[in-house]
Design a binder for this molecule. Structure first.
Ligand code: NDP
Length: 477
């Protein structure tokens, strides 16, 4: 099998490789991918540093053309890349293709942003002096990504980093290197100069840690778990570097008595279980007022009967497998914890056998849960959700906000008054009304509050806050 190598200073290198395994069928090897060492990572950082002066001064048309060509190729190959994504991560083919399209759209968006770089010209408070405010690239940006969105998250970090003139050292999650390798290959063929983007696949404790420890990485953008995020933060404070963190969530989805039951059930099932519940914006806390509670739980149970859990690549599959054995163990451990805490496992939660060996779990719904149980407080990151019964809207809002996290927050209601109040008072970076907590647009800001995020927002025009630094220049006329 050919080894997909790392890209360092424009050269494809590396012979030490690991196998990328399909979670729908563990007999299927997606490919072999190189593992970078500490020395490789240091070489990648040095290459990005050396490439920075020329790239940061490169013309906006050159950057625009590279990002646009990349977008075009990703979109033209959406079926093939979407299939690769589903094969390595386990989300369904429809979800894999959808995520690939989103990655193409993100490159397209930032291709456009290259042509819209702007500053401000202001009069000084002193006579005969002009003031210019411009944005400059930050330098070498370290990009560290998780396994659950193997093409969209790399895209929404790499595209703005390059657009604003930074050079990059990119470390994807070791579990899903395939899509990352593919987009780096596309960017190189689109004309990216040597050293501007360096790919270092491999272990977080080796590659990621070397990036954190390097004084030559000027900014780090990280998406992943809270634990690793804290390491990124403390190492970055040490080096006085800019950092951005997107971490976990425990997103509430509130269902009020006046909700449209069909809308509420679809949004709750999607939020909790689609993409196998492995979305930072998934909802695993469904907070339901007592007037609709029993009807809602019964309707979710009915809806789950028609949900097919199977091989991600099979037509008709709604939910693919869990990403790997250790995540599956985490999910089943939490199901056991929920039982022991006294919640009632109303539906699912059992391991499923399918035609191929994979990590299949029936979506699990607990009822009679309270907000102080561990299943209501800790991120599970799998198809496991808990229903919490509350008296009224006021209690629902209080429970929704009573969490250390603050990424996304949803409500199902037909009341304009409650929808408006919820939008204003939900302690989250993103609020959804009559929509799933997950599923966001690529051209608007993404990010959370409290323990979910740190730093400026990702995506859309707001991305320039992280990937640029502001300069104020004064000139005597
Ligand atoms: P991890 O934090 O384990 O890993 C994220 C990335 O960090 C991986 O590339 C990993 O490498 C790397 N890493 C691990 N250790 C270190 C280290 N010491 N130094 C530097 N980098 C390191 O998260 P998961 O990949 O397991 O992703 C799941 C988690 O991510 C969930 O908790 C989820 O909530 C969160 N997440 C948050 C999102 C958000 O936007 N808020 C979006 C998606 C996920 P390796 O591959 O080797 O482990």
């Amino acid at each position: 099998m050919t080894i997909h190598q790392n890209l360092i200073a424009g050269e494809w290198v590396g012979s030490d490789a690991i196998r990328n395994i399909n979670p729908s069928n563990t007999d299927d090897v997606v490919g072999e991918y190189a593992r970078a060492s500490v020395e490789d990572t240091k070489a990648a950082i040095a290459a990005a540093k050396a490439a920075f002066p020329a790239w940061s001064r490169s013309g906006i048309l050159e950057r625009h053309a590279i990002l646009r060509k990349t977008a075009d190729e990703i979109l033209a190959r959406k079926d093939e890349l979407g299939r690769l994504l589903s094969r390595e991560e386990g989300k369904t083919l429809a979800e894999g293709i959808g995520e690939t399209v989103r990655a193409g759209q993100i490159f397209d968006f930032f291709a456009g942003e290259c042509l819209r770089l702007a500053g401000e010209v202001l009069p000084s408070v002193r006579p005969n002096i002009g003031v210019e405010i411009t944005r400059e690239p930050v330098g070498v940006v370290g990009i560290i990504t998780p396994w659950n969105f193997p093409i969209a998250i790399p895209a929404w970090k790499i595209a703005p980093a390059l657009c604003y003139g930074n050079t990059v050292v990119f470390k994807p999650a070791e579990l899903v290197p395939g899509c990352s390798w593919a987009i780096v290959d596309i960017l190189v063929r689109a004309g990216l100069p040597k050293g501007v983007l360096n790919l270092v696949m491999g272990k977080g404790s080796v590659v990621g840690q070397t990036m954190l420890d390097s004084p030559d990485v000027h900014a780090i953008t990280f998406t992943g778990s809270t634990g690793t995020g804290k390491r990124v933060a403390s190492a970055s404070v040490e080096h006085n570097r800019k950092y951005q963190l997107e971490m976990g969530g425990k997103n509430p989805f509130v269902v009020l008595d006046d909700a449209d039951l069909t809308v509420a059930v679809e949004a709750a099932v999607n939020s909790a279980f689609f993409s196998t519940g492995q979305r930072c914006t998934a909802s695993s806390r469904v907070i339901v007022t007592e007037g609709i509670h029993d009807r809602f739980v019964a309707a979710v149970g009915e809806r789950l009967k028609s949900v097919v859990v199977d091989d991600a690549l099979k037509a008709g599959t709604h939910i693919g497998p869990v990403v790997d054995e250790s995540q599956l163990k985490q999910d089943t451990d939490y199901i056991e914890i929920g039982r022991q805490e006294g919640a009632k496992l109303a539906f699912g939660g059992e391991l499923l056998k399918r035609d191929t060996p994979g990590f299949y779990l029936a979506p699990a719904l607990f009822t009679e849960a309270t907000n102080d149980m561990r299943i209501s407080r800790e991120e599970i990151f799998g198809p496991v959700a808990a229903v919490i019964r509350v008296k009224d809207y006021e209690e629902a809002l209080a429970v929704a906000n009573h969490t250390p996290f603050g990424l996304s927050s949803g409500i199902a209601t037909t009341s304009l008054k409650h929808a408006t109040h919820f939008k204003r008072n939900a302690e989250a970076g993103m609020v959804m009304v009559n929509l799933p907590t997950a599923g966001v647009d690529f051209h608007v800001p993404f990010g959370g509050r409290k323990g979910s995020s740190h730093g400026s927002r990702e995506q859309g025009r707001y991305a320039n806050e992280f990937y640029t630094t502001v300069k104020t220049a004064y000139t005597l006329a």
